[in-house]
Design a protein around this ligand. Structure first.
Ligand SMILES: [Mn+2]
Length: 265
């Protein structure tokens, strides 16, 4: 029995099946944890999402920014753009069930003392904090006002957490940090313009996992989202987006021994 954690599939269903074959994945014994961005940019978002939903006894996922964007287009007032490739999901016969299922998914999974998240965790948040703040977002995602909530979440501000933020502002910061962050300041102030490797941080910022004050230094954190990350040698930090959609690799890490398996895409 093994847990495999898989980075950004982004609708590359054929690569996913190829990878599962490579690890001899068993639907009877093994589990897959998807680290978000299961849909969009690739050509089989529908098949990917349907696969996850069909095997929920053996699969779990956290929401990534592309998954969230799909929800915002489906339920909120956000318009798909011409790079989006998830019209197969929106037009599917069972779209309603698939999208409701997607809206039920968490932002963070805490499994065997490890945390799984799409983008990262602000340096000044401990485990209790990240779990509480992500649950608050999940509560709204499961509410009657889902569409209104999703529409209101589309904004880069506030870029810093303050205790006096409104509940919706708190959710917006949490979503932006957990689903979109790459670089931030030690106090968790977010920056969204830079997307290159961690050694090319904008002035005053560092990769979220490189801050000295980080409270979760001893916790394994598995994440996706940052396909340009390379040569990270930080203990307990496992970047798993290996750029499948950009002609790179799709990878799974086995949680028990941290062995990485990859297929070319
Ligand atoms: Mn992403």
């Amino acid at each position: 029995m093994a847990n495999y954690l898989i980075g950004d599939v982004q609708g590359c269903y054929d690569s996913l099946q190829h990878l599962l074959k490579k690890v001899n994945f068993s639907l009877d014994k093994d589990r897959i944890f998807f680290l978000g961005d299961v849909v969009n940019r690739g050509n089989k978002s529908l098949e990917t999402l349907a696969f996850i939903k069909a095997h929920t006894d053996n699969t779990s996922m956290v929401l990534g920014n592309h998954d969230f964007h799909l929800l915002a287009c489906a339920f909120g007032k956000v318009k798909a753009n011409n790079k989006d490739t998830f019209t197969d999901v929106l037009g599917a016969k069972n779209a309603k069930h698939l999208l409701e299922f997607l809206a039920q998914q968490p932002l963070v999974i805490n499994e065997n003392d490890a945390l799984m998240v799409h983008a990262g965790i602000p340096p000044n948040w401990d485990k209790k904090t990240v779990l509480e703040r992500s649950s608050l977002v999940q509560k709204h995602l499961q509410s009657e006002n889902l569409g209104d909530f999703l529409t209101k979440m589309y904004h880069n501000q506030p870029d810093t957490w303050h205790a006096n933020l409104s509940e919706l502002e708190q959710c917006r910061y949490t979503i932006n940090a957990l689903m979109r962050m790459r670089f931030c300041k030690a106090n968790g102030q977010l920056e969204f313009a830079h997307k290159l490797n961690f050694d090319q941080a904008p002035s005053g910022y560092k990769a979220w996992f490189m801050h000295e004050n980080r409270l979760l230094k001893d916790t394994d954190i598995f994440f996706g989202h940052w396909s340009t990350l390379a040569n990270v040698e930080q203990e307990h930090i496992f970047p798993m987006d290996h750029g499948c959609i950009w002609g790179g690799r799709l990878s799974a890490i086995r949680q028990s021994d941290q062995k990485i398996f990859s297929v070319d895409c």
